[in-house]
Write a protein that binds this ligand. Structure first.
Ligand SMILES: [Zn+2]
Length: 372
């Protein structure tokens, strides 16, 4: 897959100055920080990508090179490979971005001081199962979601434990001196606010469970295991925070006759020996309707016919995949006397003796072609 443009990754324009770039990166790093998203590999991936982008755009020399040559500027050069950075690199980079308050690796504490901290409700995850035809065409799904929302009449006040910062600072004396560490406030869970008036049906955060129907637009070409995010449809946050997201996990139902491989579809076609010898016209089921194909007389078992564009559209919309029809010649397993005699007579007949022509690819060559 092509590498994403570093400016896009950070969401800044090409003319952005160093301050804007730093600001943009800081925002993304906070959002996707692993401490905030435990176990979420997508968040970690975003976090790493942003760090990689900042590593280049935040450095005057590297940025000039990148503007000139793109990603190629860093291919194969030492120190900064295409494979990305490891977490230690990223954390050591933090020192100059977030100031000394952010101790390397000590956690996520340092961000509280600015007062601009916004708490976010938890994400909800839901699995959606799609038929192959829905994957091919794209689909809008109405999904019933149970999410926590603020109860009617709930009011909040500033948390007195953390004075609204959502963080508490602890000072410990160690042999190395006084160590300061910050953790999420235990009274308000990091939101900076606690319930002042709680309706009887609400939980300790002033939230109630409600069922909502969410419309999810699923683009054509999604794959099993992909995740879509619907912003703001997760659980509400207590106080004046923002709602979490609804994460939609795509799962694909297997089709009865069509097998998917990336954007291509595979179909196993069985024809009789007579059809192979004489030629035949066959109707093939595709996800967008049936198509008729003609098999020439003398077609070989193992031949793969490619129906261009009859596969899936790419999610990046770079054209369509193909439908690959695998021809299998069915060999009869039982014969009557007459048929046995016929085939016995044909055994030594020169028309029945295999003589693959040059240019007729073997099975192994065909397989090689398909993956190249
Ligand atoms: Zn608090």
């Amino acid at each position: 897959m092509a590498k994403r443009d570093y400016y896009d990754v950070l969401g800044v324009s090409k003319s952005a100055d160093n301050k804007d770039i730093k600001k943009a990166y800081r925002k993304i790093a906070i959002k996707y920080h692993p401490d905030k998203n435990p176990g979420d590999s997508q968040a970690e991936e975003n976090f790493k990508k942003a760090a990689e982008a900042y590593e280049v755009l935040g450095n005057k020399d590297k940025r000039t090179k990148y503007d000139q040559f793109g990603h190629a500027a860093f291919d194969g050069t030492g120190g900064f490979g295409g494979a990305g950075m490891n977490m230690d690199d990223i954390f050591s980079q933090f020192g100059d971005i977030f100031g000394s308050a952010f101790g390397g690796g000590s956690g996520f504490g340092g961000f509280g001081g600015g007062g601009s901290r916004v708490s976010k409700g938890s994400n909800l995850r839901i699995r959606v199962q799609l038929e192959l035809s829905e994957v091919v065409l794209g689909v809008e799904k109405k999904i019933k979601v149970k999410r926590k929302i603020k109860a009617d009449g709930v009011t909040y006040k500033t948390c007195s434990t953390c004075n609204g910062t959502g963080q508490v600072t602890r000072i410990t004396n160690t042999i190395l001196g006084r160590m300061q560490s910050s953790t999420t406030c235990p009274s308000c869970g990091g939101s900076g606010q606690v319930v002042s008036n709680r309706p009887s049906n609400a939980d300790s955060n002033g939230l109630i469970l409600s069922e909502e129907t969410v419309l999810v637009k699923i683009p054509a070409g999604v794959e099993d295991g992909m995740q879509l995010k619907v912003s703001g449809k997760g659980n509400d946050s207590a106080g004046n925070g923002i709602a979490g997201d609804l994460i939609v996990l795509i799962s694909e139902k297997e089709h009865e006759t069509l097998k998917r491989e990336g954007n291509n579809l595979h179909f196993d076609l069985y024809i009789s020996i007579s059809e192979a010898v004489l030629g035949v016209s066959k109707e093939i089921e595709t996800v967008t309707g049936n198509v008729r194909i003609k098999l020439e007389s003398g077609i070989q078992s193992g031949k793969i016919l490619r129906l261009r564009g009859k596969g899936l559209s790419s999610i990046n919309s770079y054209g369509n995949g193909d439908l690959l029809v695998h021809v299998n010649v069915w060999t009869p397993k039982t014969l009557n006397k007459e048929q046995r005699l016929f085939f016995n007579q044909m055994k030594e007949n020169e028309n029945f003796i295999p003589s693959p022509e040059k240019g007729e690819k073997s099975f192994f060559e065909k397989v090689k072609d398909m993956f190249s």
